[in-house]
Design a protein around this ligand. Structure first.
Ligand code: UD1
Length: 416
């Protein structure tokens, strides 16, 4: 079955190695399309979103070889083809191929991308911005086509900060004619990793992490070997699992420098957090009341992807708390499931009011998206009794073998 069974109540102890970042790997894999030859991407997580991105690249004529966590992408056979609709539909990052393909072969037709159902998540700003670079788009029956002779650098004053739009425009701009300015640009560490990858390959991007990116178009990029940074969201999820169950876990390789807002929140909730050069030691439980409202936002603010695991942490903390979701309008989908486990949470507008119960109980619950699904597993680890989390495939999109990782930390958990 597509589910996970958890017998709750075990404290987590030990060490777990944090996988490479999903949100960095996906745009970097898309960026290999800009380079003729073979790029080697190290520390690429073995998760289903990466698998789908690999399939998409293969459908475009690339040859891909995975050797452990090293992925080699040879783009010499790149040509315009139909991308498999199931892979385009399953994840939003397929939109990233648009900027890269327009830059490299000047023509794309694809279905509308999918991804987690955490809000409307339109692609209007992607298309509108690319049009400003000279792209002509056309609506088709189930998707759209886009073409350009040569992309033109331009100055963007975007109406809001978007991770995906910043990445797409970066991919479009590195080989464009002239200079492109992206403002406000997203500052997420995954975007900084994409800039590092592209600059290593010969791009000329200035201002990474500053909110204003200046890209001087170059004629060509050359193949490189690049290591994907560790996944701050996966690290934060295991941190919440430790805070909810008590115990002490060393998150090996966790990128503390990218997790300041999350670590500050964990400390305020009473967890002990010690940062070392090679990872983070977290010791639970989190039993303090979080003062004020926890608000999600663009980096360096508290990440929306950590909102669900922290909601669970509050629900088991025994204190009340509030979370305001400011990025996605539909990101409280785990609340009805947590209520089945005995949580006391109500929602008004984009704010969740959590009355910490001290304890949850086991239940059969359903994951409806990636991070919410992982958060339900965290809740089940801390709950009394047995839980089943249905729809494991959502969690597999972003977590490398979460069952094995948690079992190695002492959780009583199995595939069901
Ligand atoms: C990325 C991350 C996701 C994270 C999110 C916010 C990846 C693969 N995914 O998603 O994990 O939760 O950033 O940190 O890196 N929007 C529009 N029109 C557009 C584009 C976006 O209205 O054309 C809106 C979205 O609906 C959302 C907001 O902008 O409300 C921010 O979304 P965006 O930053 O683009 O998120 P993603 O790139 O989809």
């Amino acid at each position: 079955m597509d589910a996970v069974r958890i017998y709750g109540g075990n404290c987590l102890h030990g060490q777990t190695a944090i996988q490479g970042s999903k949100n960095a790997s996906l745009p970097i894999l898309a960026a290999t399309l800009l380079i003729n030859g073979t790029c080697e991407i190290e520390n690429c997580p073995d998760i289903s979103d990466v698998y789908h991105m690999q399939r998409l690249l293969e459908s475009l004529g690339c040859k891909i070889i995975r050797d452990g966590s090293l992925v080699r992408v040879n783009t010499e056979g790149l040509s315009e083809c139909d991308m498999p609709a199931d892979s385009v539909g399953v994840m939003r990052s397929s939109i990233m191929l648009l900027g890269a393909l327009l830059a490299r072969i000047g023509s794309v037709s694809m279905e509308y991308p999918g991804g987690c159902v955490i809000g409307a998540r339109p692609i209007d700003l992607h298309l509108q911005s690319l049009r400003k670079m000279g792209v002509v788009t056309e609506q088709q029956e189930r998707g759209f086509s886009a073409r350009a002779v040569r992309l033109q650098g331009t100055v963007f004053r975007l109406p809001f900060v978007s991770v995906g739009v910043t990445e797409n425009l970066l991919l479009a701009a590195v080989l464009a004619e002239g200079v492109t300015v992206i403002e406000p640009a997203a500052k997420e560490p995954e975007i900084q990793a994409l800039c590092d990858f592209l600059n290593l390959a010969g791009a000329r991007i200035e201002g990474k992490g500053s909110g204003r990116l200046i890209i001087h178009g170059v004629e060509k990029l050359t193949p490189v070997r690049f290591r994907v940074p560790a996944d701050r969201i996966v690290a934060g999820t295991y941190m919440c699992a430790c805070m909810c169950t008590g115990g002490s876990v060393f998150l090996k390789g966790a990128p503390a420098q990218d997790m300041e807002s999350v670590l500050a929140c964990a400390r305020e909730m009473g967890a002990a957090v010690e940062c070392a050069a090679d990872g983070i030691l977290v010791t639970g439980p989190a039993c303090e009341r979080l003062p004020g409202v926890l608000k999600t936002g663009c980096y360096p603010a508290f990440p929306t992807d950590m909102q669900s695991p922290f909601m669970v942490t509050m629900a088991v903390s025994g204190h009340s708390g509030q979370i305001e979701e400011k990025v996605f309008e539909n990101r409280f989908r785990i609340v009805p499931e947590l209520l089945k486990m005995g949580a006391d949470i109500s929602i008004r507008g984009n704010t969740a009011y959590i009355s910490g119960q001290g304890k949850l109980h086991g239940a059969i619950v359903q994951a409806e998206e990636l991070r919410g699904g992982a958060a339900l597993i965290v809740a089940a680890l801390a709950a009394e009794g047995t839980s089943i989390v249905i729809n494991r495939h959502y969690i597999d999109r972003g977590y490398e073998d979460i069952v094995l990782h948690l079992r190695n930390l002492g959780a009583d958990i199995e595939h069901a």
